[in-house]
Design a protein around this ligand. Structure first.
Ligand SMILES: Cc1cc2nc3c(=O)[nH]c(=O)nc-3n(C[C@H](O)[C@H](O)[C@H](O)COP(=O)(O)OP(=O)(O)OC[C@H]3O[C@@H](n4cnc5c(N)ncnc54)[C@H](O)[C@@H]3O)c2cc1C
Length: 325
């Protein structure tokens, strides 16, 4: 087994995805403990554009390896996974990890099958027990946390979005080009005919500096939607509890907690949220927490830096009125 750990760096529309930088945080710690090199692997049609991406300047890894080829302009599962399987065979890494983005979720199973190894999906914590890497993930309807380890190498996993926060390295990693053999098969059965932007706004909840979150205490969808107005003023993102998402007040990708996203903003505002453990595990690392609740005994009120014991809707309306004027 070689002395490397590979992380997939999703490079889409000339930018590294924030999720690819997030997964470097736990992998860096593991690579230091095991004295292995952490390599971020990027596929692109233009090395220059990778070099120009400022987000990569302080990426927490030893090296950034770029495979550059004109056929890599568009993401195509079959070709990308062939390239990455080839790289994995060259390096014999200790582990090969992917962010659980659409690309990561498409690639990891294909590559694991190609290499004939196991794959652990949706991991939200990693720890070492001696030399053994333990991967944790919610299971059985999120009722228990399963601790898994791989008996095959490379260890492969997709890491949950928002589970780790991005840290910068102290130095700029070296960016190197990795050449594939002359006779490499660059063909693909897929053809990208057109690209259309999704109408849905992409939320940046996991990296937001301000999160305004709402729970059932807001009483109605209409009230909940006002949080978007507040988020706009505060340049933040809207988060929600699980029942709110299940009630259809907002999309499930705004759910904070064990079944959703983890957030670590500078400011977290919780309107009518009780603070059940399944929610708080996803926001407990917020720097400053404000809870608005009618119940002063609610767990979120107890953990908040500031609590407003009042009707959530009234406080929300009041803040919006003040901001507007
Ligand atoms: C397996 C499992 C996984 C789960 N995963 C998640 C998860 O990832 N994320 C998550 O959020 N939940 C999750 N849950 C659900 C979680 O246990 C709680 O039920 C949920 O977080 C509670 O949501 P809530 O605070 O909106 O509602 P409630 O618990 O009903 O709380 C509403 C709060 O609003 C307050 N309130 C009422 N009226 C007002 C008012 N007028 N003004 C102000 N405050 C008011 C109440 O005092 C109360 O504190 C999970 C549950 C299970 C079993």
């Amino acid at each position: 087994m070689s002395e490397t750990i590979l992380a997939y760096g999703e490079f889409f529309e000339d930018k590294i995805s924030p999720a690819s930088l997030e997964i470097l945080t736990p992998l860096w710690e593991i690579s230091r403990s095991l004295q292995k090199k952490l390599l971020l692997l990027i596929l692109s049609d233009d090395l220059k554009r990778v070099k120009e991406d400022n987000s990569l300047k302080r990426a927490l890894c030893d090296e950034i390896l770029v495979i550059e080829h004109q056929e890599l302009k568009e993401f195509r599962d079959d070709l990308y996974s062939r390239v990455l399987s080839f790289v994995a065979r060259e390096f014999h890494p200790y582990g090969f990890f992917f962010p659980a983005t659409l690309q990561g979720l498409a690639l990891a199973p294909r590559i694991a099958a190609e290499l004939g190894v196991g794959l652990c999906a949706h991991v939200n914590a990693l720890e070492l027990e001696g030399e053994r890497l333990i991967m944790m993930r919610p299971t059985f309807g999120d009722n228990i946390i399963a601790k898994l380890y791989s008996e095959t190498y490379p260890i492969m996993a997709t890491l949950a979005l928002g589970a780790f926060s991005t840290k910068e390295g102290s130095e700029n990693p070296i960016i190197k080009k990795f050449n594939l053999p002359q006779d490499f098969d660059w063909s693909s059965k897929m053809k990208v005919r057109a690209k259309r932007k999704t109408k849905k706004e992409i939320n940046r909840l996991s990296v937001a500096k301000v999160v305004v979150a709402g729970g059932l205490g807001l009483k109605s969808k209409e009230n909940f939607l006002k949080l978007f107005e507040l988020a706009k003023y505060l340049e933040g993102e809207v988060g929600a509890t699980r029942p709110v998402c299940y009630a259809g007040w907002t999309e499930e990708d705004r759910m904070i907690g064990i079944s959703g996203v983890s957030v670590k903003p500078k400011l977290y505002l919780g309107f009518g949220i009780s603070g059940a453990i399944q929610h708080t595990v996803g926001m407990e690392n917020s720097e400053f927490i404000i809870a608005i609740n009618t119940d002063e005994g609610a767990p979120l009120v107890k953990m908040a830096h500031v609590a407003i014991i009042a009707d959530a809707e009234k406080i929300l309306n009041y803040i919006l009125k003040k901001l507007k004027s």
